[in-house]
Design a binder for this molecule. Structure first.
Ligand code: TRP
Length: 511
């Protein structure tokens, strides 16, 4: 039966696909800004420590569980754990929710590519609006957003329908090197703008964000820990079934630890490079137009679709060309992440069919998943980041917490905010306490990890990961729900203790 399951053509193909999954919007609009705001080099250091002690550990674990079971998340967790089988459902619903806004953002990229192509053909005067006017006009034209969202979903669908090695792997083998080259082009252009160095200072110099009045006071270490942890998880595509699914197509010969190290390093490197590509350009352009550094919008949709569009519009006749290159780069990053999300969702049903002896239902299953995604994405596309309506406006709430601001935040809250940290915490407890770390280490052993790594792994999965995830969970709830911070710390610690007891005590174990 297993013979009919897909597999990667090569380890390099797998690596590029996994890096493709990891490198996405998070790297471009999240990392550089969070790094700047949360302490520059200090943040980078915390991020790297977390990546080594937590990110890599979860990455190895997900790959190992995927490869060991050769199943999609839902079935893999069912097979591994009696108590935590439902993590598999969480790891399938979360990517589904992420897709609701990821595809809308992908649709925006398509529209911005078209926009810059128009400018390229007819000159900058063709669309003589500011970035914020363009963005506002786009958001308040919901039908256009829906159409381009559908187009984005269709592109991803076509790739995933192509299969693991001849669809996903092939796309990444071309897309990832292309993305890298485009990124280098944008970096060179960005760093040669006057005052670009101020942008570098924002990113790297601790305390600069406060001095430039970007923020009032430096965040405390716990906040930084939460921010860095959340960002790291999202950026590495962890705890959402995607990496597990990709691992399930990997051959037994490959070294999981080495692969994880390569993925983590590449993702972080590209996040830093993306920062060097966008932040100096954004800051330089802001300064040239007399905007104080503290008021330049450097994160989220505004960075991508307002601040940077202004950069390209103000760059002269070659601006639109850089615009096309940049938005195409973001599009590739978005597609390569979205296809891993789509695959993680569809794999369950494809596996089920294979077990029933039906081997070519991939196209049909992926189509169904795509239609479901389109359905939820229409809501996110239509609300226009809250410009047209929002969960808060529908509920009649006037001063809403972040998660009700718009449907993007709403979907993001349940997936990135809750399911992701909780899923990772549960996974670590399941491996570390319900089962045993050897579950993963035996699978890794096909690539022969050293004794040192084994010791390191056991300590991290049992102690470090669950505790850090509790902080990340608290951090996310503070961001999304607001209210007194202490409440969310208590909620997280209670969750940690309850789930620890659940995994530690084995009522049916033999005496
Ligand atoms: N890693 C992607 C990014 O940085 C987004 C993402 C989060 C993701 N979780 C995922 C992608 C799970 C694929 C699978 O933007």
């Amino acid at each position: 039966m297993e013979n009919n399951r897909s597999s990667w053509g090569s380890n390099l193909g797998f690596l590029l696909a996994a890096i493709g999954s990891a490198v996405g919007l998070g790297n471009i609009w999240g990392f550089p800004y969070k790094m700047g705001k949360s302490g520059g080099f200090t943040f980078l250091l915390v991020y790297l420590l977390l990546a080594v002690f937590v990110g890599m550990i979860i990455m190895v674990s997900e790959l190992a569980i995927g490869r060991k079971t050769k199943l999609s998340p839902i079935d893999a967790y069912k097979k591994v754990s009696a108590k935590f089988a439902w993590i598999g459902w969480m790891a399938t619903i979360a990517p589904f929710l992420i897709m609701s806004f990821y595809s809308v953002l992908g649709g925006y990229c398509l529209q911005y590519i078209a926009l810059n192509m128009t400018k390229l053909s007819f000159g900058n005067g063709a669309v003589a609006m500011s970035g914020s006017e363009i963005f506002g006009a786009m958001l308040t034209t919901p039908l256009g957003c829906v159409v381009f969202t559908a187009l984005f979903i269709f592109l991803c669908m076509a790739i995933v329908q192509g299969g693991v090695s001849s669809g996903i792997e092939k796309f990444n083998k071309i897309g990832m090197p292309a993305l890298f080259v485009m990124l280098l082009i944008i970096i060179v252009r960005s760093l040669t703008l006057p005052n670009a160095v101020e942008g570098l200072k924002f990113m790297f110099v601790p305390g600069y964000a406060v001095k430039a009045q970007f923020i009032e006071k430096a965040p405390n270490l716990i906040t930084v820990l939460g921010t860095a942890g959340g960002q790291m998880f999202f950026s590495l595509s962890l705890a959402m079934g995607a990496i597990l699914t990709y691992g399930s197509y990997l051959s037994k010969e490959e070294n999981l630890v080495r692969n994880s190290v390569i993925i983590v390093i590449s993702d972080t490197l590209i996040a830093i490079m993306a920062g060097i590509a966008v932040i100096p350009a954004a800051v330089a352009n802001g300064i040239a137009n007399g905007t104080p550094v503290g008021q330049i919008k450097l994160s989220g949709p505004n960075l991508l679709f307002v601040t940077l569009q202004d950069v390209f519009s103000n760059m002269g006749s070659l601006g639109p060309l850089f615009g096309v290159i940049f938005y195409a780069l973001v599009l590739i990053a978005a597609i390569s992440s979205a296809i891993s999300l789509m695959e993680a969702i569809a794999a369950h049903w494809i596996d089920m069919d294979i077990q029933k002896g039906e081997n070519d239902t991939r196209k049909q299953r992926v189509l169904t998943v795509s239609l479901l995604i389109l359905f939820e994405a229409v809501i996110v596309a239509w609300d226009g980041l809250g410009s047209n309506f929002s969960p808060a406006s529908l509920l009649g709430i006037s001063d809403p917490p972040t998660f009700l601001d718009c449907f993007l935040d709403f979907m993001d809250c349940w997936s990135e905010g809750i399911a992701m940290p909780l899923g990772a915490m549960l996974m670590a407890l399941m491996i570390g306490w319900e089962k045993s770390p050897e579950l993963v280490l035996d699978e890794v052993a096909h690539g022969d990890p050293s004794e040192g790594f084994k010791k390191f792994y056991r300590i991290c999965i049992k102690f470090v990961v669950p505790v850090v995830m509790a902080f990340v969970l608290a951090g996310q709830m503070i961001d999304f729900f607001g209210g007194p911070q202490i409440v969310w710390y208590i909620v997280s610690v209670v969750a940690l203790v309850v789930f620890f007891c659940l995994s530690f005590f084995q009522p049916h174990a033999e005496k």
